[in-house]
Ligand binder design. Structure first.
Ligand code: PRP
Ligand code: URA
Length: 207
């Protein structure tokens, strides 16, 4: 899959392994998820455009570079909000949209319950964040919504993807690059990723 990028930096893989571990408690799970997200965001923003600006140092005037694209972060509720803070720490000027989706446990289809996106999505670089890409239903629905509101440049960032979900997202939106720390084996009969890391929302929020 041309548009699927597995980020295999050793620090990313090391943190992912600790995140997967059932012995990792909620507190450490949240910290690891934030650290892992920051490392991945560092990788996926490396081609963002820059523009030159003048800056005055304590010694002299010089030319520096700043980001030259408005950035919109869109966490998919709930679990995506666990990744939001660490992206905002790195890109404090980003605007934030929210998309509320949950999977119907029987059909595994996404049910939308909330959506609020910033205006002027057309020119923005949008990063959707959600730890898990399982059947792909939530990701496809989130991209549908963002495109409907005018979003054009969209990246999808997750921590663990199932082949089924990656395939579904590539089929529905071949223009969207997908970034993940791991492409796992498959889904189980309840739509959970194997080996995965369990229910991301439950492990973040202790539910
Ligand atoms: C999880 C996860 C994704 C979705 C992935 O959320 O955070 O949003 O499942 O599954 P899919 O690819 O099959 O759509 P969940 O629906 O459990 O809601 P939560 O974040 O509120 O726990
Ligand atoms: N959502 C999760 O949180 N975990 C999975 O394995 C699949 C969907």
């Amino acid at each position: 899959m041309a548009n699927l990028h597995i980020l295999d930096h050793p620090l990313i893989q090391n943190k992912l392994t600790r995140l997967r571990n059932i012995a990792t408690n909620n507190h450490n799970f949240r910290l690891l998820l934030e650290e892992l997200t920051a490392l991945m965001v560092y990788e996926i923003t490396r081609d963002y455009p820059l523009r030159e600006v003048e800056v005055v140092t304590p010694l002299e005037r010089t030319i520096g570079k700043v980001l030259d694209v408005p950035i919109v972060l869109v966490p998919i509720l709930r679990a995506g909000t666990g990744m939001l803070g660490s992206v905002l720490n790195l890109i404090p000027t980003a605007k934030v949209g929210h998309i509320g989706l949950y999977r119907d446990p029987k059909t595994l289809k996404p049910i939308e319950y909330y959506s609020k996106l910033p205006a002027e999505l057309e020119d923005a670089q949008v990063i959707i964040v959600d730890p898990m890409l399982a059947t792909g239903g939530s990701a496809v629905a989130a991209v549908d919504l963002i495109k409907k509101e005018g979003g054009k440049k969209i990246q999808f960032l997750c921590l663990v993807a199932a082949p089924e979900g990656a395939e579904a997202l590539v089929q529905a939106h071949p223009d969207i690059p997908i970034y993940t720390a791991a492409l796992d084996r498959r889904l189980n009969e309840h739509g959970y990723i194997l080996p995965g890391l369990g229910d991301a929302g439950d492990r973040i929020f202790g539910t």
